[in-house]
Design a protein around this ligand. Structure first.
Ligand code: LRH
Ligand code: MN
Ligand code: MN
Length: 387
């Protein structure tokens, strides 16, 4: 692709940040409190808007309910608009209450299933009130011991809840169905992989699509293969980007395996799916346990941009030729040449095109925002799970 076109494509990218990345978080061993942490959903939205101001490509923020709970969703929406961003994917939370010990929508107790479904339906409403088009579902459901519950009956219960939720959605809403192979359940998980998610989506209808969280696979999984398979079916709904060394580490995207991120982007480029018009939602799903939250989100957005830029620079014409002539080394070399390119000057130009500072991290550090929130906000909230 010509450099001008690459620049224009990068300027149109849209990377959504998650409200929960701005709160305190940790592991089950310790949640470290940081200074300047948002005290409510409004302040999380302000932090997300700050990331957008310095990157120019993060114009929306995902919500997690009830981690983000407000009296008036319209007011939160207006606050986001005032800050120059919109509210993005709404993530229901059916994993934090004692009643969900044996699962939520797959729970053997019909009364608990009903409670979980009511929350999903409430979130369909909230999604509309905040002006979002994405309802993003992830279930912690599963079992810890063989024999604990019927895997088959749990699939039926899941299917029933998804169908009832889908039926309540307006036509312009997309249901994103996220999978994860383990954790918190350790024997079986009810939505463990892309195949199971896709089967449920196919059963539901065209408004249901699979969400790929890059941290939710067994080590060594070829994620780009999954991405392409879903793209071919028109069922890739979006990403939760993050990086991992071991399990669902939720580290900054592009930090552990930048080449893996590049390979995913390259598949997206070949399917013309890196800009929002392609209908694939780019979202971050991370927590920053030891590093400062806002700069970490800025860095993550930049890492996604860098991987995308490199993927856009692959010489596709030459690649087609090399592939057709069976020139394995040249084909691979073309990919590696693009990957080895230093795209930082190109991205600095993209930022100038967008009218922002070419060095987002330095600009943020110089802005005084961090000092201001540290002095203004006392007693910031945990992101949710560390509460
Ligand atoms: C589950 C998950 C899911 C949740 C988020 C907090 O591991 O990836 O997307 O909503 O983490
Ligand atoms: Mn996720
Ligand atoms: Mn996760």
């Amino acid at each position: 692709m010509h450099t001008d076109q690459v620049r224009a494509t990068l300027a149109r990218q849209h990377i959504e940040t998650p409200s929960w990345a701005y709160g305190n978080s940790g592991t089950r061993f310790k949640v470290f409190a940081q200074q300047g942490i948002p005290r409510d959903a409004y302040e999380k939205v302000s932090d997300a808007a700050t990331v957008h101001r310095f990157t120019g490509v993060a114009p929306s923020v995902a919500l997690h309910v009830p981690w983000d709970l407000v009296d008036d969703w319209g007011k939160l929406r207006a606050h986001a608009e005032d800050e120059g961003v919109s509210l993005g994917a709404v993530n229901p939370n059916t994993f934090q209450e004692d009643e969900y010990r044996l699962g939520s929508v797959c729970n053997p107790d019909p009364a608990i299933r009903r409670k979980a479904l009511d929350h999903l339906l409430e979130c369909v409403e909230i999604t509309q009130q905040v002006g979002s088009k994405h309802l993003s579902l992830w279930f912690a459901d599963g079992t810890n011991y063989p024999g604990q519950d019927s895997i088959r009956e749990r699939q039926d219960r899941l299917s029933e809840a998804l169908a009832a939720t889908y039926a309540a959605m307006p036509e312009d809403m997309t249901m994103l169905v996220e999978y994860k192979f383990f954790e918190p359940a350790f024997y079986h998980t009810d939505l463990p992989d892309w195949g199971t998610s896709l089967l449920h989506c196919l059963h539901l209808g065209p408004q249901a699509k699979v969400l790929v969280d890059t941290g939710h696979h067994a080590p060594g999984t070829n994620i780009e293969m999954i991405v392409t398979t879903l793209l071919r079916e028109g069922r890739l709904g979006g990403f939760h980007f993050n990086s991992r060394f071991y399990a669902d580490d939720d580290l900054m995207v592009g930090s552990a395996d930048p080449f893996g991120l590049f390979r995913i982007m390259f598949e997206l480029v070949q399917s013309d799916a890196v800009t929002p018009d392609a209908g694939v939602a780019f979202m971050l799903d991370q927590c920053h346990n030891i590093e400062a939250k806002i700069p970490a989100q800025i860095r993550s957005v930049m890492n996604v941009q860098e991987a995308t830029a490199k993927a856009l620079l692959v010489d596709l014409d030459a690649l087609r030729e090399a592939r057709a002539s069976g020139d394995v080394l040249r084909a691979n070399g073309l990919l590696m040449d693009a990957y080895a390119t230093d795209v930082r000057p190109l991205l600095a130009q993209v930022r100038e095109d967008l009218g922002i500072d070419p060095d987002p991290l330095a600009a943020y550090a110089a802005s005084g925002y961090q000092q201001r929130i540290e002095s203004e906000r006392v007693g910031g909230a945990a992101a949710g799970w560390g509460a």
